[in-house]
Design a protein around this ligand. Structure first.
Ligand code: FAD
Length: 366
């Protein structure tokens, strides 16, 4: 039976940015539809403010959204579970006390990515992946902030996220940080002028960067490389980019990295009524790096297309912007901005980032 505005069952997997922003629009347009949203976490953590939390500029609650409260505010049901499979008209769940399957007429996935590195021996047991973010913050929160000697931290991955985390930990607790980057230099996703600024910031903070690193093992004592060298660390953080959740490939079309392939209307290729957005989606029509900014921009199109699918109206296409403002915090209340190859740095840049981030969170708390 074709769903109507009264009978439609819409299931949203993951409290990613696109879903959080789309929910109020969908609810307003379809006040009688059943909207269920599924996430294993109690909170959605905003990655843009996470380095600021680590640096001590924000309390963790300022960077998180309580999902039960959010769902109640917008009249949707939250199911605290992890999706593990997608069938023709139902989702399989793990960890849901209410049952292991839920049916849908329309489905959307916005489940982000993860930072696990199972190919490195001992990673699963001894390292802390930065994503999922709530797990990362729980484990970082359990670390001592004062001790007889500085905390020794190894960061695997010299991308922007790794740089921000390293500088935040130096700023907050005077950590001794060693960063392992598999490429010849750090921060490949930004322009050379921005990368130079970040390199200088790491040097000033005393962060040791090992380029062309080949990490092969993590032990309770630190990091081992393929040349036999070992670097002692109290905590090893995995921040080497966004990886696709492994279960997706079993049920949905995926690209070479395992991300779900979507058409310009954000519908999964060959699966009418199933959508995907955010990091978990591969926009093969316009590939872009994995960044929250695209999930945010997809939200209105995703909301429109879910509503239009119920009403039998035409769907919209999502055309991502070519470039976006990159704001990178440097531990202290100082940040670098990059826009179309132009890079600037200063306290005012941190202030601008603070304004953008805190406004974004304030919008979600309304
Ligand atoms: C330290 C750091 C800083 C960053 N800073 C920036 C920045 O300044 N600007 C920027 O644009 N990008 C930034 N990023 C990248 C950004 O975090 C991601 O691109 C963005 O979060 C992706 O959003 P999303 O909507 O895909 O999902 P996410 O925000 O990652 O949320 C995914 C949600 O899905 C849930 N989930 C996962 N698996 C399942 C499942 N199986 N079933 C149900 N739910 C599930 C998770 O619990 C989570 O709530 C940063 C990343 C890091 C690590």
């Amino acid at each position: 039976m074709t769903p109507t505005a009264e009978t439609a069952r819409i299931v949203l997997l993951g409290a990613g940015h696109a879903h959080l922003l789309a929910i109020p629009r969908i609810r307003r347009a379809l006040p009688k539809a059943t909207i269920q949203f599924v996430d294993p976490s109690e909170v959605a953590t905003y990655s843009g403010m996470l380095p600021g939390v680590l640096a001590g500029h924000y309390a963790l609650r300022e960077a998180t959204i309580d999902l039960a409260a959010y769902a109640a505010r917008h009249g949707v049901t939250v199911i605290r579970a992890r999706a593990v499979g997608v069938g023709a008209q139902e989702v399989r769940l793990a960890g849901n006390a209410g049952g292991d399957r839920i049916g849908f007429d329309l489905l959307s996935l916005d489940i982000g990515s993860h930072s696990g590195m199972p190919e490195i021996d001992g990673f699963d047991r001894h390292a802390v992946p930065v994503k999922p973010l709530d797990g990362f913050m729980r484990r970082m929160g359990a670390l001592p902030t004062v001790g007889p000697r500085p905390l020794r931290v190894a960061v695997i991955g010299g991308g922007v996220a790794g740089v921000e985390i390293a500088l935040a930990l130096v700023h907050r607790q005077g950590a001794e940080v060693c960063m392992f980057e598999s490429g010849p230099g750090i921060a490949r996703a930004v322009c050379p002028a921005t990368a130079s600024r970040l390199t200088r910031a790491l040097e000033r903070a005393g962060v040791r960067v090992i380029a062309n690193a080949r990490v092969i093992r993590i032990t309770p004592d630190g990091v081992c490389q393929d040349d036999g060298s070992q670097i002692a660390a109290d905590v090893v953080i995995g921040a080497a980019g966004a990886r696709a959740h492994g279960w997706l490939a079993a049920d949905l079309p995926v690209d070479a990295q395992g991300f779900v392939v979507v058409d310009p209307d954000l519908q999964v290729q060959g699966r009418r009524g199933v959508f995907a957005a955010g990091d978990c989606a591969a926009m093969v029509h316009a590939p872009r790096p994995k960044a929250g900014v695209f999930a945010v921009r997809q939200a209105p199109v995703l909301a429109h297309n879910l509503i239009a699918s119920v009403r039998g109206a035409p769907l919209q296409s999502f055309q991502p912007q070519k470039d976006y403002l990159k704001l990178v915090s440097l531990g202290a209340r100082l940040a670098v901005a990059e826009w179309r190859g132009i890079t600037v740095q200063g306290r005012w840049v941190w202030w601008l980032k603070d304004r953008i981030d805190t406004r974004f969170m304030a919008g979600l708390h309304r």
